[in-house]
Design a protein around this ligand. Sequence first.
Ligand SMILES: Cc1ncc(COP(=O)(O)O)c(C=O)c1O
Length: 393
Amino acid sequence: MNAPSPLSHRLQGFGASIFAEMTALAVSTGSINLGQGFPDYDGPAEVLQIAQAQIASGNNQYPPGIGMPDLRLAVSEHQQRFWGLTYDPDSEILITMGATEALAGALLGILNEGDEVIVFEPLFDTYAGCIALAGAHMVPITLRPQASGRYEFDVDELRTSITSKTRMILLNSPHNPTGSVFTLEELQVIAEVAINNDLIVISDEVYEHLIFDNKRHIPIATLPDMFERTITISSGGKSFNTTGWKIGWACAPAPLLAATRMAKQLFTFAGGSPFQPAIAAGLRLPDEYFIALARDLEEKRNILMNALTECGLRPITPEGTYFITADVRGRRSDGDGMQFCRELPQQAGIVAIPAAVLYDPRHENEGRHLVRFAFCKQLSTISLASEKLRAWA
Ligand SMILES: Cc1ncc(COP(=O)(O)O)c(C=O)c1O
């Protein structure tokens, strides 16, 4: 059949995921897969037990489209307890199938054809796809490693990127893959730009509890005059090591939430009944749980950072998240991160992801020399990976 590709023109240019290629390489070479950003260990037993009990006791049919009342209440308590934000569980909180569906709902529910969306790149791949599906355009602001040791954006670049078509800023802090936790000063600049240009802000905060070195996560909705224009999105996947459950949420003033919900109801409508009470219990765990979660990851980050440094890569210290990015130019003068990732499994028995795929294709050169390692793995896995990297050095 010589028919043209049935793929929608909106999705032309989106290739097969690099994650599939790298996972296949991990399997065929027996390598440790530090490409995939999910934990290889379970979440808190009490959370898992609730899901099991819910299935056994028959909570297996559709939940309400907006989410179960007790989970909406738990999300609202969580926002108040950790960030001092007040949301009405009935009109300002929506339960979704992961943060991904909340993002899709907000983007497709609000954007019109031709709108422009400011994003910070490198970026989580869902953003580009959903913006394209909405017929809108992505305007990337590049985060670049600085002498300060962290990735930062150019304030003037942000200010001058705003046009009459700009509708929204899509923010992600703590940021995947750079590990940057946006500072109060950075958030103030973004807030000022949003307010001055009457923009909506979507704030993806899925790594809100995965913060290191006593850094502070600040939801942009807490800044003056930002609550009214911000949709805050998160999920239980990263906070409770349950990425496969896909229980997420959006918190926003009623008009923004209603637009998000309008689109979301056309996707899954609702789901995850037995997992919703379990995540509600997770959100109500004591502070010690969340502190230990971050401390445990921080230890693994430190072990992998040392190994990456010792084997001649130049890792950039992440302030949060699951990921370390590293500059391969210490080991490859051509700076080809893609080739580096294709060869590393054979050479060192480790799989990483080339960061170039997380940039807008128009300037993927910005990330050509960068690769991403995930450290959300068992301590024994991270220790073994570190030994392999040292042996390769
Ligand atoms: C920045 C960011 N946002 C959203 C998600 C997806 O979250 P969920 O699994 O809850 O859909 C991820 C997952 O890796 C992510 O890194």
